[in-house]
Ligand binder design. Structure first.
Ligand code: HXC
Length: 260
């Protein structure tokens, strides 16, 4: 499939979705969102893609946010609400993929760009990356999940600091607050090796169920969440992967997972 604003490549077991509007610092316009949604559908249908990397073209930006020229044209509360819901929906699709996902933050991740990175499982940043939710400086608020995913990831106090000030943090500060997991000079290569290792070691069914247990658990009370965990544990135990993984350990050999 040919896209205009993104690239979708496959390297062995890894899918790589690259935002490709470097002239606009990969700002996310409506068409780009539509293409990301289509690419995520393709990833879901393609059983040979076992993990996904999301990154930005060029060495300057991951994504500098929603396309401000589109935001400036919004002329009603309904249109703005719909834009927010539509973007949230695409990022929720990313976050609910049953495969491991890594955001490779190769430069600016601002506003909607950071919100995209927040929908991935793990974040790897280049040392020169700058992250933030500057919406407040436009008189706006985050609208693609930032007010909700950021406090869940780094805590309410840190999230409010970033959103109320609109300030940018560098990769090191982001690492310190748990906003990114790793800071690497070659973040894309790191992410590819990281995911390859992870796919070599872990059971595919377990990846999906870990993500589902964490995501659903964050939405509810601890006691309900523990029940969700037990449900997921029951489901994983019924998989061939679990039989193979435990048997391989006892037989002192490497597990050969089939993802079923
Ligand atoms: C549209 C953008 C853009 C954006 C950059 N560009 N960010 N276009 N939307 N979000 C364009 C610039 O207009 C410029 O185009 C080109 O990309 C290069 O950007 P410069 O500003 O010239 O680069 P630089 O001076 O190096 O500054 C980099 C920057 C700055 C600090 C990242 O571009 C910036 O502050 N961008 C906006 C960041 C932001 O506020 N994001 C939040 C958006 S709101 P030309 O044609 O002049 O070369 C948001 C809300 C989400 O995300 C929720 C919605 C529901």
């Amino acid at each position: 499939v040919e896209f205009e604003n993104i690239l979708l490549d496959q390297h062995g077991r890894l899918g790589v979705l690259t935002l490709n509007r470097p002239g606009a610092l990969n700002a996310l316009n409506t068409e780009t969102f539509r293409e990301i949604a289509e690419a995520l559908d393709l990833v879901m249908e393609n059983a040979t893609i076992e993990a996904l990397i999301v990154t930005g073209q060029g060495d300057k930006a991951f994504a500098a946010g929603a396309d401000i020229s589109e935001l400036a044209q919004l002329d009603s509360a309904f249109a703005a609400r719909d834009l927010s819901l539509a973007g949230q929906d695409v990022f929720q699709t990313l976050s609910t993929l049953p495969i491991p996902t890594v955001a490779v933050i190769n430069g600016y991740a601002l506003g909607g760009g950071l919100e995209l990175a927040l929908a991935a499982d793990v974040r790897v940043a280049h040392p020169r990356a700058k992250l933030g939710l500057p919406e407040v400086t436009l008189g706006l608020i985050p609208g693609y999940g930032g007010t909700q995913r950021l406090p869940r990831l780094i805590g309410v106090g840190r999230a409010l600091d970033l959103m109320l000030s609109g300030r940018q943090v560098d990769a090191q500060e982001a690492l310190g607050m748990g906003l990114v997991n790793y800071v690497e000079e070659a973040p894309l290569e790191f992410a590819r090796e990281y995911l390859s290792r992870l796919l070599d070691r872990g059971g595919p069914m377990a990846f999906g169920l870990i993500k589902e247990a964490v995501r659903r658990g964050m939405d509810t009370s601890l006691s309900d969440a523990l029940e969700i965990e037990a449900d997921m544990f029951g489901m994983v135990l019924a998989t061939q992967d679990a039989k193979e993984g435990t048997r391989a350990f006892l037989e002192k050999r490497k597990a050969n997972f089939k993802g079923e």
